[in-house]
Design a protein around this ligand. Sequence first.
Ligand code: AMP
Ligand code: ZN
Length: 441
Amino acid sequence: MSKKVYWNEEFEIMERSKLEKLQVERLRSTIKTALDTQFYGELYSKKGINVDSIQSIDDLRKLPFTVKQDLRDSYPDGMTSTKKGESIRLHCSSGTTGQPAVVYHNKHDLDSWGNLVARSLFCAGARPGDVFQNICGYGLFTGGLGFQYGGETLGALTIPAGAGNSKRQIKLIQDFGTTVIHAIPSYLIRLYDVFKQEGIDPLKDTNLRLFVIGAEPHTEEQRKKIEELFGIKAYNSYGLTEMNGPGVAFECEEQNGLHIWEDAYFVEIVDPDTLEPVADGEIGELVLTTLDREVMPIIRYRTRDLTRFLPGECGCGRTHRRLDRITGRSDDMFIIKGCNIFPMQIEGVLMKIPEVGTNYLIELVTENDIDEMHVKVELQAHCFSDSYKDLENLQYSLIHKIRDEVLAKPKVVLLPPNSLPQQEGKAIRVVDHRRQLRITN
Ligand code: AMP
Ligand code: ZN
């Protein structure tokens, strides 16, 4: 049997007892840095928390949680430490209501993140010398630059292809001999259709050998479809802006859950209602603490993503625990075209329009393998009288106002009063009809 290889052998196969010791050390220095920020400084001084409050990992559970609203309230920089002046980059989370959550990074933070992404890519089977095409939006979204620096750190020839323009993507794949692609899973299906239209066989006519897919929820069945279609393995990548972005948890070649890098993140899974830890192996909300970030430490962050720890050791030899794929959210956020959207954002836009009535429904559908958002809105009765001439303008304006708010363009359907189902009790605002990817061959 060939010897197993790792990117950061020292950390990836570290004995659990040593790893836990490292976590306590890093947690204490994280608390020290956090005390230097306005947000944690005030919070912890009120509660009498200092570095010595943390003697063991269990002591972390006494600290308060951090939620997305805390980041928004601290906009633009209330959660940065005194090292903020060293910052060389910032990222924002996508499609948030009001102020976005901003994360600042200094050189240490970016190096640490780049290394985690390189480790993740290596763990899925990418190697120095691979040609790595990163098919996702660059800019404030972390998937672009996060994978760019990770690919470079790995030593791959990294192609910052950006999102969309499938024909051009295929040209790049062919001309530069791309071997590894990162993309969102729904996009890969679209890309496959274009391969077919162009009469190019992705397996025979290119050097492609590995996919990394993430940034949006997907099922095991979706992964299998992608793998069957292309004849190429696809590995799950999980991350979120608040915890850098990609490189938080990643599948190894065993494809049996995502190793979460416990030297960089302390992981808890809690019941979203009681906030108490769930029993090992049960589904709950993932709570993460940064252990290696200098400008913006975040402690006990409620990700709202639901998952569970997978039991047993992994055949790859890595000692970092594995998470199951994300099975849902503990809030009502949904993701469409890579944008994180809360129904309240759309409601906020609608309720400012005088013609809008009281009922609306957001439907998520898959059309031609692309996820779309349909916003069905009841208007006041007078909008449907002969004297009202502005229906078209109103529809146009709603499409654009919603797009400006959530960054994804919806289809807007205007309806007379009482067209939508009335709900008794809690209103259902979002209906998700998205079938898992429809495959057209
Ligand atoms: P953002 O901060 O905009 O990159 O969004 C992060 C969110 O995207 C996470 O909190 C998850 O809800 C979702 N997400 C990222 N990666 C995955 C994945 N592999 N599977 C399911 N959801 C994911
Ligand atoms: Zn493994």
